[in-house]
Design a protein around this ligand. Sequence first.
Ligand code: MN
Length: 384
Amino acid sequence: MSLIKLAIFGSTGSIGTQALEILSEKEDLFEIEILSANNNFKKLAVQANRFRPNVLILGNEEHRKDFLKLLDYKPEFLSFGPQALEDTASDADYDVLLNSLVGFAGFMSTYRALSRNKKVALANKESLVVGGSILTELTAFKEGKLIPVDSEHSAMLQCLTGESRDDIRKIVITASGGPFRDYTVQQMKSIEVKDALNHPNWDMGAKITIDSSTMMNKGLEIIEAKWLFELPVEKIEPIIHPQSIIHSIVEFVDGSSKAQLGPPDMKVPILYALTYPGRTPFPNHTLDYSRPMNLEFYPVNFEKFPCLQLAIDAAKEGGGAPAILNAANEIAVERFLNKEIRYIDIPKIIESSLNGIEISKELTPSALQTIDKETRDFAYSLLK
Ligand code: MN
């Protein structure tokens, strides 16, 4: 069997790093063909020297010289700059793209890869949140080539394997509730950056950690699930499950439910996406059922997590609304991390953006880029 040629976009981030840890033990199945990073050229060089991919992409051109000095081999192609990812997704030789870019910046790579009928393991949820109506029209999507890496969606996919989509009554998407699960509405008003960056169960990048704390992450995931499994948002129910052991539940029309369980570890969904529909042995740690274990479930307090309600409303509105929601959230989170705005200003910026920008119905990749740019400028200008 020939090796599967893998492109990893965002290889120095949390998902990319964990993927390479897995792949260093799966060199009989996969060959790393392409690696990319934006700023972290030192880590990219370490990864490149270890896996020797033919193609390397570095987004930030300023580090070009320093990066080249660190390489101990000569790759066939080196690309720099903001356009390099999209061009590589369009032109390079690979079988599977693991897209672990952060934010809307990842959309065009997903779009280009699927347009070429490549398989995409998707850790960039924003691709579907913003451009779901475009991606789901592509042949590759209809052929099942867009595989989620997000743990909840991987759980849904695993529960749905062997089932008919018509037999879904609803999907219960679990949420840890993040660090502020037990906070009062009053306490939410004085949250600082360091509090929000401290997630109880998952160790992730800064953007998604903040999104988990506001529950915007769950909102984005509801929109992601709506497109992936072609369901109305009303059929996707968020539930707080503090232990993060059940990663999601599918309830079927006959009243039966299936859940997927495991310790919170992204290596399981990463590996599943790369080997889907099959599985491959890997020594991931598992749950110990011989010890007492609690699985708790609580309803979501929407008053405390307005970002989640905004996301659900944007999904119902459709058209460009999720694109505005996503762009405004990216800017609001960035500004919160830079200590320019308060924590409770994050939903205010998103709501003002949704109200202040015209929501177009016709979506194309270029229309999405226009909405994204316009929203970012708008969201930057608020609360100055
Ligand atoms: Mn998730």
